[in-house]
Design a protein around this ligand. Sequence first.
Ligand code: BTN
Length: 279
Amino acid sequence: MSASDPRSILTAAVGGAPLDVAKVRGHLDAKRLGTKFHYFAEIGSTNTHARELAEKGAAEGEVVLAESQTHGRGRLGRRWESPPFANLYFSVILRPKLAPVYAPQITLTAAVALAEAIDSLIPLSPVIKWPNDILVNGKKLAGILAEAVCARERVEYVILGIGVNVNCPVDAMSQELRQRATSLFDVTRIHMDREFVLRRLIQDLDRCYGDLEQFGFEAIAPQWEARFGLRGKRVRIELRDQVLIGRARGLARDGTLLVEGDDGILQKVIAGDVIPLEI
Ligand code: BTN
């Protein structure tokens, strides 16, 4: 990288080194994901750009990767803080052979892959907060924003956007995030090699996505539930305009959470915050 390279200016501002994409590709052991990397020092949102590429016919497995995002997006219209050269922000283009109703299986599969990858990097076991937050020590370490574009009977493509807090110390996060977010550095006090972490994430995504295609969601759901940890437990679900209290009964095939209300009726929860009422 030369001094006139715009990446050198950003690096100087925050102190981290830019990602070496060749290093990621060179040792990548994945069948379908990571076939091509589109790298940006700064971008609006990797999900938005990946969608533009998918619309133009980009192949399954192509990855959009950025050092920082000016308009990083989270679920439910939230913002995803994306400081440069510290974390990982990337989006993978997927073209799964799934009916639209089963598109949420992709997010849940990705959550399992992320949790397994992170588990291999730190001495603590990550937990999945339904549907797809990855928590360590009760704090969010990674998030997934999957956006599906569907034709009438099939998913055309899914943009699987992933943000992982890697080397960002918690005290460098916004006041708003400090109480509820963490990073690999925060947990281990070690600066991680971001290329290594990215490779691990893509390999585990590739493996779990392959399992979903080959063996179906039945192969993924038990792993998701083992990390969810609330099956059979009493939970409070905060829905947009009501609260549901009952017992978590696991996942339905369409990715909704099954909750048995106190009246014994099984309800499918599509979105909401799950709060454990017992451990
Ligand atoms: C969430 O937990 O709310 C989902 C966060 C997803 C953030 C990632 S960062 C890369 C990709 N691009 C985006 O704009 N968002 C996702």
